[in-house]
Ligand binder design. Structure first.
Ligand code: SF4
Length: 76
């Protein structure tokens, strides 16, 4: 089962698939104002600009993080 979690800032939605996460910590180290294990939920999509979030999501080595613009259909 592929559970997905969604975090929206209104403009984009960050999608996280826990089953794919290899816990590299890259997102935590790269953008801690958004990705923080100490927070609940652990992703705060208001914590940085949309451009910063997109850059960090695309740096995820496992594909556990993805993003899409809210008005677009997401092809996963
Ligand atoms: S960068 Fe991707 S694989 Fe690494 S901890 Fe974050 S979500 Fe998981």
């Amino acid at each position: 089962m592929n559970m997905k979690k969604y975090y929206s800032n209104g403009e984009i939605t960050v999608v996280w698939q826990p089953s794919l996460c290899v816990h590299s910590g890259m997102c935590l180290n790269g953008l801690p104002s958004v990705f923080n294990n100490g927070n609940s939920p652990w992703i705060n999509p208001q914590g940085a600009t949309t451009a910063e979030i997109i850059k960090q999501v695309e740096a995820c080595p496992s594909g556990a993080l993805k993003w899409h613009r809210n008005e677009e259909f997401y092809h996963g």
